[in-house]
Ligand binder design. Structure first.
Ligand SMILES: CCOC(=O)Cn1cc(-c2ncnc(N)c2C#N)cn1
Length: 303
């Protein structure tokens, strides 16, 4: 099984996601590290995808820049050569795949925007004709474009569990009406900007999840990773066909391979053959280059 955070044994570990690690740096900063691990069907696979962590970090950094006129981010720096001295022993392990960020008081709501119907939203719709309280027209199917983008907040579930969709009123009850309204406004505004930009590049942004937090001055900042294929569903526009599960921009080769093995989707997943690893790496690099217009080689050499 690929390493989780043992390779950073000397750092103060704050938390892990399926494929990412969070460390404390001093009292007022955190380090977000993206690994090359990949999950499929909610299982972290034993084979890593080279450069996946760097692609997703590079994408987040690019999106934070694109969105800076709408909302400040939590990023302090991604230049490992300027990181605090305590990180020096890990410089090369962190290069290109890490972000030094302000330590925020996180808002305990996952801010989800949906432009298309799929996943838990589709289940909600098939059961009730609505998604998180948003009534929708009849006759929608998996992959349908929604009449308007909808905001469907959820609670932050512990790792390995699914976030629970909550109503906008419930969100207001948890964080206060004013902040809940600001989270919704920002989420929809950012999603609109990002989905337009992605669509211009032939990529449909079906849905995404944002996390926010307050800094020491009380400023609300966009946090975590943003608008990556791990935090969002990216679909190639040229294969979009509502009515069945849409091909994932980045994970379809892996999903097809895993289904072909008859794997029962329980831990541990099977190792991936080299051709699937290489094709998946190429898709991540393609996503980075199509969205940013920057060559991934240039990103890595500038990191
Ligand atoms: C690595 C797994 O993902 C998480 O742990 C999500 N998470 C992030 C924080 C956070 N906490 C304080 N300051 C921040 N800037 C952040 C951020 N981002 C907490 N959980």
């Amino acid at each position: 099984m690929p390493l989780t955070h043992e390779e950073f044994a000397g750092l103060t570990h704050l938390g892990s996601g399926k494929v990412r690690e969070l460390f404390a740096v001093g009292d007022d900063a955190v380090l977000l590290v993206a690994s090359d691990r990949i999950s499929a069907f909610d299982v972290v696979l034993p084979t890593e995808i080279p450069d996946k962590g760097a692609v997703l970090t590079g994408l987040s950094l690019w999106w934070f820049d694109q969105l800076a006129d709408l909302v400040p981010s939590h990023v302090i720096s991604s230049n490992v050569d300027e990181y605090p001295a305590e990180l020096a022993p890990y410089t090369e392990q962190l290069r290109g795949r890490s972000m030094l960020c302000r330590r925020l008081d996180m808002v305990l709501i996952e801010c989800v925007a949906r432009g298309y119907l799929t996943g838990s939203g589709l289940k909600d719709y098939n059961r009730s004709g609505a998604v998180s309280g948003h009534p929708l027209p009849e006759g929608l199917v998996d992959g349908s474009k929604l009449p308007t983008t909808i905001y469907t907040p959820s609670t932050k579930a512990p790792i390995g569990q699914h976030d629970e969709n909550i109503s906008r009123d419930d969100a207001a009850g948890r964080v206060g009406a004013e902040l809940a309204a600001e989270l919704e406004r920002l989420t929809l505004q950012i999603f609109g900007r990002a989905s337009d930009l992605a669509a211009e590049r032939g990529i449909l942004l079906a849905d995404t999840k944002f996390e926010f937090g307050h800094d020491a001055e009380g400023t609300l900042r966009l946090a975590d990773e943003v608008l990556t294929p791990d935090s969002s569903r990216f679909w190639p526009e040229d294969t979009w066909a509502p009515g069945s599960s849409q091909p994932s921009f980045d994970k379809q080769f892996i999903r097809d391979y895993l289904v072909s093995t008859g794997w029962d989707k329980t831990e541990p997943g099977p190792e991936l053959p080299d051709d699937v690893v290489e094709a998946t790496r190429a898709r991540y690099v393609e996503a980075y280059e199509r969205l940013t217009g920057i060559s991934f080689k240039d990103y890595l050499s500038g990191a």
